[in-house]
Design a protein around this ligand. Sequence first.
Ligand code: ASP
Ligand code: MG
Length: 421
Amino acid sequence: MALIVQKFGGSSVADPAGMKRVAHKIAEAHRGGNQVVVVVSAMGDTTDELIDLTQEITKNPPKREMDILLTAGERISMSLLAMAVNEEGVPAKAFTGQQAGLITDTEYGNASIINVDPARIIETLDAGFVAIIAGFQGVNKRNDVTTLGRGGSDTTAVAFAAALDADMCEIYTDVDGVFSADPRIVHAASQMKTITYEETLELAAHGVKVLHLRAVEYARKFNVPLHVRSSFSTKEGTKIVEGTDMNGEYEGPAVVGVAHDLNQGKISVVGVPNTPGVAAKIFSCVAKADGNIDMIVQNTPLTRTGISNISFTVPRQDVSIVVKALEANKEELGFEKIAVENEIGILSVVGAGMRTYTGVSAKLFNTLGGLGINVDMISTSEIRISVVLDPKDITRAAIAVHSAFGLDSEEEAIVYGGTGR
Ligand code: ASP
Ligand code: MG
């Protein structure tokens, strides 16, 4: 008998019809002789709607109360889904994160998992039930509910798959699997049969919303077999794998995917004294403000000795808080002024094959140059190249780069619904 964890995202359970469709899939897996644990997200856009609701009451909702509110979304879906599975003639029980044994730290809104005690879930499975767990939530040592950050239900699923030593963790979403680009903008995006954990991590960190970043990190650490597939079709989906052959060699193309991110902003600290320790001070200040930096560029104008400019990107929602923190320390940091660009686009190409293939950057920059697109900043990892562009150029850049790396598919990708969250 296999133990399977199945996670269903919000768009898969958006309405009663969706609930029933998902309940049927779950019942089929159970009837197939498997032990089934289900993790479910809030219905449709419930989480966004709850957030919007708070904005009508306060611009500064206390984080603890915010978490109590947001966990309500998953409580609705887990209880309704358990009822729907029971209607299928398969016994099912619903559990909140707390009841299921998911313990987190105390960082409301973005809590980290510190322990999973699946005793109650094991008991439920052994009694022949399907266990349905509310995603995205846990409880801290003060007995307060916490949430794992937007999109956190994936992480709940992976955490239970690891704790239960599951044979497979299936992530059901509104697209057929992991794509070589966002099918919403690159219609020729092709669905991958397999992709490595590290490539998935880079894609997730650079704007691909198919999997929660922490979930991939967790899956890699605990070797959880992941399978991303659509709850709207019976297609094979994408398996996340180690990516090396029997000799430990990577086999695959240079580039497997093109990611884009329109949710970052750029901050430039202009006129900084070019002396040792200054960058450390600036970035300590950013870190204290919890700014999550992606790219950094420093340049020294030839006309001004002893002075440089430092630019970096952070998620747009962090921009104002980071700028405030820097301004508050202006004297100590010694800069002249701060310039902000809220509207930027970041395009990334990712592939573990970059370690062995040459000419990847030449092809990328030739393609962008050929379109007359200007590159503002560049950053790289071993298996990724990212560029900052004018956000207006992102779509045509993504389409052209995708094609240049030979990733275009003949078939048009299907998007079943939702926003990719
Ligand atoms: N409902 C939460 C969100 O929308 C968690 C999730 O969907 O994974 O972020
Ligand atoms: Mg959601």
